[in-house]
Every structure is written in structure tokens, then in C-alpha cells.
Design a protein around this ligand. Structure first.
Ligand code: URA
Ligand code: SF4
Length: 215
């Protein structure tokens, strides 16, 4: 990204974050302390999308700063990356009370912010963490079936993974997520390769993603 483009993209991201910080589109704004728009470099290759802010995120206005965040940093270390190198955000930007699941109307209300972030950052790979962010791209998939596989959805590479908070408490999920992470560099390299292929025709049915690989 050249400097001028980067400056404009950063301003766009900041604009989205500003809108999120004062948003009242859904009920969740009533109980938030700070909205959590997400953070990371505008030219990040990888975008991680979690579920929603928890207790610590709500206190600080930053994503993945509690126990799940610490584990996410450990997972990034497996591929020699630091959190400052990736973009980290959530499908809902305000904390659901008592960490309950985000509701369909809240996901719908918040969806446009995430869509704009994806457009601006244009990541090579989107990694969804947990069921709710997976469902945004793969509405009918079961995470236990598809985790770690890559899908091309509207021209974008999407890799669903278990949520780090879930993995922290379940050894079998921990093994899975660590294995899935170790495959990420290869997937990013594949994304690089596919970037030089002439533009794909728009999919006839966006809800039918193409599965690219099975690990
Ligand atoms: N869990 C999430 O899904 N998102 C966060 O930001 C923190 C914990
Ligand atoms: Fe707005 Fe999203 Fe927060 Fe709801 S969760 S108030 S839509 S920023």
C-alpha cells in the first residue's frame, strides 16, 4: 500500500471507530462502558474476528485483552507473529451483558461496521474465532467439521477456527486450534498466489463457498 493510500485507509478506519464509539444502533449500547471497534494495522494480512467484547475489553475499549487475548498472543507466537501485526476485532462491538451470546438483531445492527473494516483493510486471510463470526461467512457450517479449512467467499479467503476462550478450557480444542494456527502461513502464501490469478467471476450463489483445502 503506498503512503497516500495508507493515510486515507487509516482515516477511514478511524472514522469507523469513531462512529462505533457513539453508536446507538442496538441495545448493547446501554450497558457498554467502552465500545470496542477493533485494532491493528490498516495493511494487515490477517484479520481475526471474534465474538464480542468481554469484561476486560469493555473496561479498556480494546479487543482480546483478557485471558483469551493472552492465549491469542501465544497462538500468534506459533507463527512468529505479534498482535501488533494483525487486525483484531469482533462481530459485535459492544459487550453483551454477562457475556451472553450476541442476538440476531444485534449482529445485524453491527454488521455494517465490520463490513466496512473488511473493505478498508482488505486482508489476505480472515480468521473467524468461534461460531458467531464463522456464521457470518458460513451460515450452515458446523465448526467441529470445518475448523482449519479455507474457504473462498466473495473472493476472500476465510478460515474458521475455534474460539480461543473455548480452547483454553478444552484440551482437544486447544490441540485443534494450535494445529490450525500452524497452517496459517501456508494459507497466506496460497492467498498471495491466488492474487495473481485474473479476477474471478462473481459466484452465482454467494452462500455456496468453494472449499479450497482440507487439512
Ligand atoms: N472474546 C472475544 O470474542 N472477543 C474479545 O474481544 C475478547 C474475548
Ligand atoms: Fe452499535 Fe454494534 Fe454497539 Fe450495537 S454492538 S450499539 S450496533 S456498535
Amino acid at each position: 500500500m503506498d503512503e497516500e493510500k495508507k493515510r486515507i485507509a487509516e482515516a477511514n478506519l478511524a472514522q469507523i471507530a469513531q462512529e462505533v464509539s457513539v453508536c446507538t444502533r442496538c441495545m448493547l449500547h446501554h450497558s457498554r462502558k467502552y465500545a470496542v471497534p477493533g485494532e491493528g494495522p490498516v495493511d494487515a494480512d490477517i484479520m481475526f474476528i471474534g465474538e464480542g467484547p468481554g469484561f476486560h475489553e469493555n473496561e479498556q475499549g480494546r479487543p482480546f485483552v483478557g485471558a483469551a487475548g493472552k492465549y491469542l498472543e501465544e497462538l500468534l507466537a506459533i507463527i512468529n507473529m505479534k498482535r501488533e501485526q494483525v487486525f483484531i476485532c469482533n462481530v459485535v462491538k459492544c459487550r453483551p451483558p454477562n457475556n451472553r451470546d450476541p442476538q440476531p438483531d444485534e449482529l445485524a445492527a453491527c454488521s455494517d461496521y465490520l463490513e466496512r473494516q473488511i473493505q478498508v483493510i482488505n486482508p489476505k486471510v480472515i480468521v473467524t474465532l468461534g461460531r458467531y463470526s464463522m456464521a457470518r461467512f458460513l451460515p450452515n457450517a458446523k465448526i467441529s467439521d470445518v475448523h482449519g479449512q479455507s474457504f473462498r467467499i466473495k473472493g476472500r479467503l476465510v478460515v474458521p477456527m475455534f474460539h480461543p476462550a473455548a480452547a483454553l478450557h478444552q484440551p482437544s480444542l486447544k490441540t485443534s486450534i494450535e494445529h490450525d494456527f500452524s497452517n496459517l502461513p501456508e494459507l497466506i502464501a496460497m492467498a498471495d498466489h491466488s492474487a495473481i490469478v485474473p479476477e474471478e467471476k462473481p459466484a452465482e450463489n454467494d452462500s455456496k463457498p468453494t472449499q479450497l483445502s482440507l487439512f
